[in-house]
Design a protein around this ligand. Structure first.
Ligand SMILES: Nc1nc2c(ncn2[C@@H]2O[C@H](COP(=O)(O)OP(=O)(O)OP(=O)(O)O)[C@@H](O)[C@H]2O)c(=O)[nH]1
Ligand SMILES: [Mg+2]
Length: 320
């Protein structure tokens, strides 16, 4: 029991601190409304319609060219309000599945929905699926919406991005229409645009002499380290060229938590120290832009280079 408590604590601490490289989406809705069916439908629309009973699904879903993580808490876990609140705090979006099988189930489901709506942060998108409206029990959206108190969902003082869709998850009817909206909202968040955190920039010539050094954090913070790394990279580069003939250059070296991204032009090599897992294509673009500045302005370009790196932390538009 003690061990279990410990591992739960460790897991929740991990969740709290985990970096969301893709958005995390929490599935909510009363038991039997169709959450797990939805998860499996998104995972593969051709799958057998029999789902394993699990307490907790935590699965990366690809949607077109985008990815998000879907968190499906089984019915036992969903009974615990504290757990739901906890997951609402770390979610980047919520999908609420309403059981719309009959008018009565729709009424019950919307009651539960209204109980929790205040706890769903208004700065994340909310998709509400009114499920199980099989063709023989069609309902129009206006009628379905009359069960909801829209003023509680979004108000001028506390607006939120929300969308309703009537669907039959079992056959997929309506699911893509709903997720086209939802995924585009999820991806609007700047955090999921590629960002690169540069810790240090070194520019050296092919002979291994250090020309430029700018530091943005305190990893490898001694100047002699920069000279040492420059020498090492230069040696590795000339070895690469000897081994693989003429124009081969190193481009990425990953050590520990950091990656060194190298770009070469006109006898100069720019090395960026970035976070492991950062978008490497973008890091290379930044390195090329830095080299452009350095080759035209030399040391006078330092401020332009520093501005470029600040921008790359938050805004992909600068680079693309
Ligand atoms: N008729 C109909 N049945 C559906 C539809 N979607 C799901 N179901 C059925 O509803 C039942 C419950 O679906 P689940 O996906 O397990 O529901 P859940 O929300 O994950 O339930 P818990 O995990 O118990 O909270 C299953 O038998 C599904 O086949 C639908 O669109 N139409
Ligand atoms: Mg389920």
């Amino acid at each position: 029991m003690k061990n279990l408590k410990k591992s739960v604590e460790a897991f929740t601490a991990f969740l709290q601190n985990a970096k969301h490289s893709i958005p995390w989406v929490l599935l909510l809705g009363e038991k039997g409304s169709g959450k797990t069916t939805l998860l499996y439908y998104l995972l593969s629309s051709n799958r057998d319609k029999v789902f394993p009973e699990t307490a907790f699904n935590w699965i990366d879903i690809s949607y077109g060219t985008e990815w998000f993580k879907l968190i499906d808490l089984g019915k036992e876990i969903l009974n615990d309000e504290r757990i739901i609140e906890y997951f609402l705090n770390i979610a980047d979006g919520v999908v609420y599945v309403i059981n719309g099988e009959t008018d009565e189930s729709l009424r019950n489901s919307t009651e539960n929905f209204h109980k929790i709506i205040d706890k769903i942060p208004s700065n994340i998108p909310l998709l509400t699926l009114i499920n199980k409206r099989n063709p023989e029990r069609k309902i129009n959206l206006n009628k379905a919406l009359s069960f909801f108190d829209l003023g509680k969902i979004s108000s001028p003082n506390d607006p939120r991005s929300f969308h309703f869709e009537i669907c039959t998850i079992l056959t997929g009817d309506g699911v893509y229409r709903a997720f086209d909206w939802f995924v585009s909202k999820l991806m609007d968040y700047e955090a999921y645009h590629e960002s690169v955190t540069v810790h240090r920039v070194l520019i050296y010539d092919v002979n291994g002499l250090l020309d430029f050094d700018a530091q943005f954090s305190n990893i490898i913070n001694k100047s002699e380290d920069a000279v040492l790394i420059t020498g090492l990279l230069s040696a590795l580069n000339s070895m690469t060229r000897t081994l693989f003939k003429e124009s081969s250059f190193l481009d990425v070296v990953t050590v520990g938590d950091y990656s060194m991204v190298l770009v070469t032009r006109k006898e100069k090599i720019c090395c960026l120290f970035v976070e492991r897992g950062d978008a490497l294509g973008k890091a290379k673009q930044i390195a090329e832009m830095i080299l452009d500045i350095f080759l035209t302005e030399g040391e006078n370009g330092r401020i332009a280079i520093e501005n470029l790196i600040e921008e790359s932390k938050k805004d992909e538009e600068v680079i693309s």
